[in-house]
Every structure is written in C-alpha cells, then in structure tokens.
Design a protein around this ligand. Structure first.
Ligand SMILES: [Zn+2]
Length: 233
C-alpha cells in the first residue's frame, strides 16, 4: 500500500502505521504532521524523503524516511515502508545493577537498538564477564543456570541455544557471528538473566526485609522511633 503526495500537497496514506515509540514505549500510531511538498520533490527528484510524525500515545515527534517510487504530474508515490530515524530504546531497570555492569549492559542494549548485532553479541559476553567478576567465584555457574532457565522456559531450539551459549560463555574462541534472529532471542535472554540476577534478588530481599520489620513491630520487638528511622532511610 503506497503513500501519495498530491499536487495540492495533501498526503494520502491508505493504511496507518503503528510502531513502538522510543519515548513512551507504546505500540502507537504514527500520525503525519509535516510531509514533503509536492513541488520540492518534483524539482529535486530525491531518492528518499523525510516525514515528521507525532506519536498518537504521547504526542512526541517521530521521524521517518520513505523511498520515492515515482514522480508524476498529479502525485508523487512513496513507499509505505517507513524507515524510522529514531529507534525504540530497550527498557531495563538499570538502577538495580552495580555501576560497572550497568555501563557495559547499557551499551549492549544500545548496540541492539542500533541493529549492530555482532557488537551487541560481543557486549553481551562482556556483560556476563563483568557480572561474574562483580559477583565472585560461584557466579559463572549461577549465570549458566540462568541461561539454561531461559533456554527451557523460552523453548529455544538446540542450534540457537548452542550459538548463544558460545556468545555468552565462550572463553577460548571469538564471539560467533550472529544475525537478526539470534539477536532477537539474545536480547530477551540477556535482559531476563540480568533481571533474575540483580533486580529480582534485590526486590525480593527488600520486600522480605519490610515484611519482617512490620512483623517484628507488630509483635512489639521494635519501638515507633525505630520505625520512623526505617521509613526515612
Ligand atoms: Zn509515544
């Protein structure tokens, strides 16, 4: 389904386009707000044009490019394949990670968002190595268990699991080359592993501390002054 810019500069888009928004994270419609002028396209004959949209969910601007298919006297035909200039960022509660792991992991997810899949794979191996260095001697085994969990729960096929195991835990060889498919599995895998290792652990411990605190308070083991201190901490 093509997009048309008519000679009176009206913009005809037969089908609406929805994409994940890099600002609000919603899968929302792109509403065109600034479209290329018919005369400008006719005089410059560009191969591609830029279109500004707004996100239907949060109203933030979104920018896209579309290929020019044909330039006629009544209308210009554009490809409906809108290539977004700004990519959706991967979300993660980074504040739970130790600073060294956070720095590497942020960069890893930025590589994924930029479609640099092999850079992403290398940064995933570094993320695992940094987490293991941070956590100490048993951490390698723990991270391997997290990896096996994702393979089982996600029902990842053996060939893919093998490649991703080498990406994450390989020690005596380079990181294998990966493509879009492997990267798509790897991004969910590494996010889940980091979540289970750091976020789940600290949320669970904090929740248990609070439960025990209130249980002790109810049984009269601590005074209200202690409670005031705990709440302001
Ligand atoms: Zn949005």
């Amino acid at each position: 389904m093509a997009i048309y810019v008519k000679s009176d500069n009206t913009f005809e888009q037969a089908e609406s386009v929805s994409r994940e928004c890099p600002h609000c994270g919603a899968h929302a419609q792109l509403i065109p707000i600034a479209t290329p002028s018919f005369e400008a396209i006719r005089s410059a004959s560009p191969r591609q044009v830029g279109i500004a949209f707004r996100c239907a969910a949060c109203n933030e601007p979104r920018f896209g490019r579309a290929a020019v298919r044909s330039i006629g006297t009544a209308s210009v035909e554009l490809s409906s394949n809108i290539i977004e200039v700004e990519r959706a960022r991967q979300r993660f509660p980074y504040s739970y990670l130790p600073p060294a792991v956070e720095r590497i992991f942020r960069e890893a997810l930025q590589c994924y968002s930029a479609d640099c899949h092999n850079a992403f794979a290398s940064m995933c191996r570094r993320t695992v190595q940094t987490a293991i260095a941070d956590l100490g001697s048993n951490a390698r085994l723990e991270w391997f268990e997290l990896y096996k969990d994702v393979v089982n729960i996600g029902e990842i096929d053996e060939a893919t699991a093998q490649v991703l195991e080498t990406v994450l835990f390989g020690v005596d060889g380079p990181v294998p080359e990966i493509g879009t498919d492997h990267a798509a599995v790897l991004v969910e895998m590494i996010k889940d592993m980091a979540y289970q290792c750091y976020v789940r652990t600290s949320k669970l411990r904090a929740a248990m501390r609070m439960r025990r605190y209130f249980a002790e308070e109810a049984s009269g083991k601590i005074t209200s002054l202690d409670r005031h201190r705990a709440e302001s901490a």
